[in-house]
Design a protein around this ligand. Structure first.
Ligand code: FES
Length: 487
């Protein structure tokens, strides 16, 4: 029987991005059966998969861990109860299979007996045919029962993966993700870069309601919100307080564009501040556990402390919605920046209002992406890069970062660690006192002969964004595949 795997599961097993498998499907290298791929085809394309080596997967896990902070380092194993339930489900599957095999075995034994009877009692022609069939059956049975074929590596890894994590498919989008460790369904979806609907993330508002189409969920966190009897009957659950026991199909609302997310006002605390250079500060804010910020990568927030206020791009990923990063430039004309450099300290309150802006990843695109940042335009680009990595939907990601000041690549180590850890990511730092848009576009064009097959996200000072946009237009780059932000 052909072993079919969903694209997410297949990508996880061979340690590549889903986008890489989608590209192989588009090029005809890998056959797709209604969105699934066969284990045999996968092994043909990635013959190096071995049970004892899962390096690709580990590399991706490592980069995610480093990029998305402490929350990702929570338990990798599900809690004991969930683990027991998953093992119980697998044991039941095995018991079904064993019962099936026993029935087949009994059928074969009966058939052999019948053939023996025909060999001795049947008419001449029947006796000869029965003897021949009996011989064939004995030979094939010997081959099957005496076979020493090694177990299929993919099957074994897949079985192990099923115990460690549950696979979730969202309808109607058909997005997929895995629930690892003690995660709720909502946390796991956010970490995978999905923008499912939610509000308090604390069991109070009911906005994360989803209908379970198939599979089983279990409550792992307290909830105050009460589902109606009708909702319970229809299979509704709260994603922020439940985890998946096994593989799951759910119906849930998702944000596809910036306008889907309402503005929120949250009082956060300064968690940390780190100088990224003489005139640049990384401001790390943390929202209360019970009131997290819903946003899309690449969006801005209005930050207010005392009388000072500023609108800044969020430099972190929505997959870690409690921990928000901002890159603040020292500026004597900017009251908020002055406050950050002069008196703000860990523990201080900062009011957040937003999110704003539509510089977000295109939800409907699986094209490879070129990110272009100039100076602190890197902040929203960093958020997009981390989100794109979490989504794993693009085959390749390329980052060009132009610095117009010395030491302007202020998070170069992070970019290099992305490039080291991910096969599908490249990083090109460029230093130039004066940004030459034409030269930059020529350089990107030289690196990617088929640039029109990419999406481009561009962020930086206004003059830079304007000139690069014009240069791209002049060479006929499709307008719909370009998104730009002044930052
Ligand atoms: S997000 Fe409010 S109840 Fe789940």
């Amino acid at each position: 029987m052909r072993q079919l795997l969903s694209l997410s599961r297949a990508a996880r097993l061979v340690g590549v991005a889903r986008g890489a498998l989608q590209q192989k499907i588009r090029s005809g290298e890998l056959a797709s059966f209604d969105g699934m791929v066969s284990g045999g085809d996968l092994l043909r394309i990635y013959p190096e998969i071995k049970l004892e080596s899962d390096a690709g997967f580990e590399r991706v896990a490592k980069i995610k861990e480093e990029a998305f902070g402490k929350r990702v380092r929570e338990h990798l194993l599900p809690d004991r109860e969930i683990l027991a339930q998953r093992l119980f489900e697998q044991s039941r599957e095995l018991a079904d299979l064993r019962a099936h095999l026993q029935r087949y075995h009994a059928m074969v034994v009966q058939l052999r007996e019948r053939l023996r009877q025909e060999e001795t009692q049947g008419a001449d022609t029947v006796r000869k045919s029965a003897a021949k069939l009996g011989e064939l059956l004995d030979r094939d049975l010997e081959a099957v029962l005496g076979g020493t074929e090694a177990p299929n590596a993919l099957t074994v890894m897949d079985d192990m993966l099923r115990v460690m994590s549950a696979h979730v498919v969202v309808r109607p989008s058909r997005h997929e993700f895995f629930v690892d460790g003690a995660d709720t369904i909502l946390d796991a979806a956010l970490r995978s870069g999905l923008a499912l609907n939610y509000g308090c993330s604390n069991g109070n508002c009911g906005l994360c309601k989803a209908r379970v189409v198939s599979g089983q969920v279990q409550k792992v966190r307290h909830q105050d919100y009460v589902l109606s009897e009708a909702e319970k009957q229809q299979g509704y659950t709260l994603m922020c307080s439940h985890t998946a026991v096994g593989d799951l199909v759910i119906e849930a609302l998702e944000s596809v564009e910036a306008g889907d997310i309402p503005p929120q006002q949250i009082v956060a605390q300064v968690k940390a501040m780190q100088a990224l250079g003489d005139d640049l500060m990384l401001l790390h804010l943390q929202t209360p556990r019970t009131n997290r910020l819903r946003f899309l990568a690449g969006q801005n927030l209005t930050l207010t402390t005392g009388a000072a206020s500023a609108q800044l791009p969020i430099a972190s990923c929505p997959c870690d919605d409690r921990n928000l990063h901002f890159h603040v430039v020292r500026n004597a004309q900017d009251g908020f920046a002055q406050r950050v450099f002069d008196s703000l300290k860990p523990g201080d309150a900062v009011t957040l209002f937003g999110p704003w802006g539509d510089f977000v990843l295109r939800a409907d695109s699986s094209r490879s992406i070129v990110f272009v940042a100039c100076d602190t335009g890197f902040a929203p680009i960093k958020s997009l890069v981390e989100h794109a990595m979490a989504l794993e939907a693009s085959e390749r990601l390329h980052l060009y970062w132009l610095a117009t000041r010395p030491a302007g690549h202020y998070l170069a180590n992070l970019c290099r660690s992305w490039a080291d850890a991910l096969d599908n990511f490249s990083y090109v730092p460029i230093t130039a006192e004066h940004a030459d848009a034409q030269e930059l576009v020529r350089r990107i064009g030289a690196d990617h002969a088929n640039l029109n097959a990419f999406d481009i996200y561009l962020a930086g000072p206004e003059a830079f964004v304007r000139t690069v946009t014009m240069a791209l237009r002049e060479q006929g780059f499709p307008e719909a595949q370009l998104a730009a932000a002044i930052a």
